[in-house]
Write a protein that binds this ligand. Structure first.
Ligand SMILES: Nc1ncnc2c1ncn2[C@@H]1O[C@H](COP(=O)(O)OP(=O)(O)O)[C@@H](O)[C@H]1O
Ligand SMILES: [Mg+2]
Length: 266
């Protein structure tokens, strides 16, 4: 099957997010910070994608732009076939609420709400969903993340791993097609972090939910089926995992224009 240099395999699968020639400039006092430089990326539906790079490489900026939390200075963002670049903030919020779920490094749960109420929260902005359906969905998703028995617990009565599970349930409860997770395991010990990745992968495989997660940890990156390596606001490498577990790099700027698969000596 043809693999293009932005990671799209064939033509059959749907692109849930497309980033086209996106640059982001932050103004900091009288300085301009170029956080993203001409980034192109397609996220095929069903992928389990890692965005890897050191601190300051642009991972959060890219995820925030993919999730319509932030807007690009230049370029286009296409969500589920729809160009969102020129949309008004309330329309962006609507697209975001119905398509995309977010998970953060520090969980970002509301401390005064129980696990159940935290998961229910995004549904309160959707008037078409009845109270009964809300209850049903909250119960379903708390069950999926294995926290059915902790519905009444507040965040400070839960461990870090359990809090992140609540955050995952909250990201999924609106029937999101894609979950964007910014360093979801960075505040967890290795074993708990691995458990969160197991859960995300299970949801990816069983429900077909697309995941894009950032990390600065190579072990976390290795769990993905697609890896995007960022350096200084640019995508330097884009790799797809082959069935034998090895990586095929379809883009590799670190070795010049030609990727390793083109080089006969590689
Ligand atoms: N709101 C902001 N204002 C100014 N500069 C920012 C802002 N957000 C990020 N940056 C800068 O943009 C670059 C990329 O940051 P970020 O996307 O947070 O990287 P990462 O998530 O990989 O650590 C960094 O140089 C950072 O300092
Ligand atoms: Mg970051």
């Amino acid at each position: 099957m043809p693999i293009t240099n932005d990671g799209a395999v064939g033509e059959s699968k749907k692109m849930i997010i497309e980033i086209k020639d996106v640059s982001k400039i932050y103004r900091l006092g009288d300085q301009n910070v170029l956080a993203l430089k001409h980034v192109n990326l397609k996220v095929e539906e069903g992928r389990f994608m890692a965005i890897a790079g050191s601190s300051g490489s642009g991972k959060s900026t890219l995820l925030n732009i993919m999730g319509c939390i932030d807007t690009p200075s230049k370029g286009q963002v296409i969500i589920n076939g729809r160009d969102v670049s020129g949309q008004a903030p309330d329309e962006l919020a609507e697209i975001r609420a119905r398509t995309i779920g977010f998970v953060f490094q520090t969980f970002n749960l509301l401390p005064v709400l129980s696990a159940e109420e935290n998961v229910e929260y995004p549904l309160l902005q959707m008037p078409e969903i009845s109270k009964e359906e809300r209850r049903e969905r909250v119960r379903t998703y708390l069950g999926i993340v294995g926290l059915g028995k902790y519905a009444d617990h507040r965040p400070n009565q839960l461990s870090g791993g359990q809090r992140q599970r609540v955050a995952i349930a909250r990201a999924l409860v609106t029937n999101s097609r894609v979950v964007l997770a910014d360093e979801p395991t960075a505040n967890l010990d290795r074993k708990t972090g691995a458990g969160i990745l197991d859960l995300m992968q299970k949801i990816n495989v069983e429900r077909g939910t697309t995941f894009v997660f950032s990390t600065h940890d190579r072990r976390v990156m290795e769990r993905a089926d697609t890896q995007v390596r960022m350096e200084d606001g640019r995508i330097m490498k884009l790799g797809l995992k082959l069935s034998d577990g090895s990586w095929k790099f379809v883009l590799d700027q670190s070795k010049g224009e030609e990727g390793p698969e083109i080089n006969p000596e590689a």
